[in-house]
Design a binder for this molecule. Sequence first.
Ligand SMILES: Nc1ncnc2c1ncn2[C@@H]1O[C@H](COP(=O)(O)OP(=O)(O)OP(=O)(O)O)[C@@H](O)[C@H]1O
Ligand SMILES: [Mg+2]
Length: 308
Amino acid sequence: MIIEAGVALVVALGAFWTFSGEKEVCNEKWINFNKYGLKNDLETKLYGQHIAAEVILKTVTGFMENKNPKKPLVLSLHGWTGTGKTFVSQLIAENIYKKKMKCSFVHLFSVTTHFPLKAHIDEYKTQLQEWIRGNVSICPRSMFIFDEMDKMPLELIDSIKPYLDFSDNLDGVSYRQAIFIFLSNAGGKMINDVTMKFWRDGKEREEIQLKDLETVLSQSVFNNEDSGFWHTSLIDKKLVDFFVPFLPLEYKHVIQCGLGEMARQGLTPDNNVIKRMADDLIFFPKEERVFSDQGCKLIANKLHFYIP
Ligand SMILES: Nc1ncnc2c1ncn2[C@@H]1O[C@H](COP(=O)(O)OP(=O)(O)OP(=O)(O)O)[C@@H](O)[C@H]1O
Ligand SMILES: [Mg+2]
């Protein structure tokens, strides 16, 4: 996605052509929410995230089935690296758009890649606003994913706020069917601490509830002086529908990720290979080696080193 490509051009095209020559259009043929597909994916492909799985399924389903939503859906996913935030946003897209992440109505922004220079902030603001406005006017059911949201400059967040709010339309465009997903590591340390406390107290991971994490998320994220994200009225104005915590993954989840990855790559899942790989990874606390420091990240690449 290149913002610089110009919204005018995008609007002029009005539709997108796939490689097969068939044009991708903003209609039910190309955009069709599969509730059971999402449920099944969250249950079978996403490991160790019972809170995120429940919140995502309920909010996305509720939103997609609502014929007249009052505002766009805005979700903010938080957690340690490699715990599944990007993965979940892909699962959501896959169950809404036929062309999945390749769909022209799905827009992924990486803050440090797309908005790297502070000096260009005014340009970014205009481009981003035009990009959102142009694309939602082509397809109201557009999805915008912002990765590294905690690094997004305050002014830039302010510039997208109007689109996240309750409003009939802005300049003739209605944003109520759009989906915004923010990804960040903000609050990850606190989520880890709470999860570790449950484990030290001998409680089941599945006993952790959303409410156990909401307060720590608000303390660590919303009051974090370093994070531009939280200095904006994004929070005060209740523009984010849900803050979704991702728990640190345990050894057994890493094993599940490894076996799943082998199968995905067309290999026969081999417990010994995955165990050897997992044993070389870093876990915390150091003594007990319970939680993976990198979650399931990089497993797909590491795997080959351990295959005899
Ligand atoms: N909970 C999980 N269940 C299943 N697979 C997972 C999970 N977490 C991570 N993975 C696997 O690891 C890969 C990397 O995870 P992902 O990119 O979603 O992490 P992330 O939370 O976005 O991390 P970061 O904060 O570094 O961006 C995914 O593509 C997926 O294959
Ligand atoms: Mg990610």
